[in-house]
Ligand binder design. Structure first.
Ligand SMILES: NC(=O)c1ccc[n+]([C@@H]2O[C@H](COP(=O)([O-])OP(=O)(O)OC[C@H]3O[C@@H](n4cnc5c(N)ncnc54)[C@H](O)[C@@H]3O)[C@@H](O)[C@H]2O)c1
Ligand SMILES: [Zn+2]
Length: 408
């Protein structure tokens, strides 16, 4: 608003108005074997991000599942930092924390990290280095953003989903009151480092889960990327490294482009284009007591919204079918029993996800839907009857697919 316009609006009082400008580079690095001695990337990032002496301190938080399946990682990390003592000091032991969604379901772990930050006298010039899946990054990011009103955060995502999506963004959070990400902040990390070597120990289920976020950004933003996913679906299903790397790189790039250039990095408006397929996915995760992974729920959420768009004559049947086929070719289930849970009045509980989605953001109701592959728009209402029809269609499709796959 111009000063003149402001002055007109608040004509009955005197006031001071200034624009607070800030400029934050948002950097995503891609590497392999980050903690191999001789890989200069992390040391360079720390060196170039730190302007003052004394040498800053850092706290390392490591995902326990990652630690378990890559048992030499912790000693590699510690040896790496021992070699760069002139760049950063590690005053305490590595915090090894349970990964996965359960971590986000209580405030306790945020508090544990706060306590370590206090114990080791970390300050605003210090770093918190989070290495793990999206859940661990969310919890650690919240702790880092709130201790002393914000320490410097370096995120090192270790799942396909977090490298392709959640880890490269600017949000953090934990779940509360039965709702996803109820407590959280926006905080831009100093750097995100995607180390492809961290992914090799993921279970096929977790390696695949992140593909859905790439399909999501392709559907809403980039038809050519969607075509690439279709063409490479078999290689991706087999987790061929080159295909996996390319998918992560492009997905991360589209996400970051949106955050940096989309005009609303802190989601102040009502639109959440990157949350296509998420209104039902978040509810489904909760209905399944988090036994369905976020990425798996997103694949189902995309399928539901795609069928909905086709039933509402918003999306051509051929385009809708291409998206469903691509998700299936990547190995996703497009239906889950929890979608059919009903409340005491017989209404599908998943529909509560629509209101929770609006409440999380505030403002008027707005859900991202598709006009075509690569073209999204914001809808201000959803027809519950059509959602129910889409749910039934997904169930019928899933039953048919299973009967085709079942041994004769
Ligand atoms: N902040 C955001 O902008 C944002 C965006 C999207 C999603 N998210 C959140 O991200 C979370 C999902 O993240 P995720 O898909 O990475 O799952 P996750 O963090 O739940 O990790 C899945 C499992 O894999 C384990 N793990 C992590 N790295 C491993 C490795 N390399 N090898 C073996 N096991 C490993 C974890 O311990 C966990 O048990 C959800 O909580 C979701 O809400 C956040
Ligand atoms: Zn997501």
């Amino acid at each position: 608003m111009s000063n003149a316009a402001s002055a007109q609006k608040f004509s009955s009082s005197t006031f001071i108005e200034r624009t607070i400008q800030f400029h934050f580079p948002h950097r995503i690095f891609f590497t392999e074997n980050l903690f191999q001695l001789g890989n200069p990337l992390l040391a360079d990032i720390l060196r170039t991000s730190t302007s003052s002496s004394p040498v800053p301190k850092a706290l390392i938080v490591l995902d326990e599942s990652l630690h378990r399946v890559q048992p030499t990682l912790q000693s590699n990390i510690e040896n790496y930092f021992a070699q760069i003592r002139d760049v950063v000091e590690i005053p305490g032991a590595t915090m090894v924390m349970e990964g996965g969604e359960r971590l986000k379901n209580s405030y306790f772990h945020v508090s544990e990290i706060h306590s370590a930050i206090d114990r080791y006298n970390l300050d605003r010039h210090s770093y918190v280095i989070a290495i793990g899946g999206g859940a661990l990054l969310d919890v650690t990011g919240l702790a880092a953003a709130t201790a002393h009103r914000g320490l410097r955060l370096i995120r090192i995502p270790s799942t396909t989903l977090s490298q392709a999506d959640s880890g490269v963004g600017v949000k953090n959070g934990i779940n509360a009151f039965g709702k996803k990400n109820f407590i959280g902040t926006f905080a831009i990390p100093v750097a995100v480092i995607n180390d492809f070597a961290l992914l090799y120990s993921l279970s096929p289920r977790d390696r695949r889960a992140g593909y859905s976020e790439a399909v999501k950004v392709a559907c809403i933003k980039d038809a050519a990327f969607f075509r690439w996913i279709e063409q490479n679906a078999a290689a991706l299903k087999d987790f061929q490294p080159d295909a996996l790397r390319q998918l992560i790189h492009r997905s991360a790039e589209i996400h970051v482009n949106h955050i940096a250039n989309g005009g609303d990095p802190f989601e102040l408006g009502s639109a959440r284009p990157l949350d296509f397929g998420h209104w039902s996915a978040h509810k489904l995760e909760q209905l399944s007591e988090y036994s369905i992974r976020h990425g798996e729920a997103v694949a189902i959420g995309i399928a539901l919204d795609v069928v909905y768009c086709r039933l509402a004559n918003l999306l051509a049947p051929a385009a809708a079918e291409r998206i469903l086929v691509a998700l299936e070719a990547l190995g996703f289930e497009l239906c889950a029993n929890e979608l059919f849970n009903v409340d005491a009045s017989g209404n599908f509980m998943v529909l509560k996800g629509l209101e929770e989605f609006r409440l999380h953001l505030g403002g008027h109701f707005s859900v991202t839907l598709l006009r075509d592959i690569g073209q999204s728009f914001q809808a201000d209402q959803i027809d519950h009857t059509l959602v129910a029809a889409a749910l039934r269609e997904l169930r019928a499709r899933s039953v048919a697919a299973k009967s085709v796959r079942a041994p004769q």
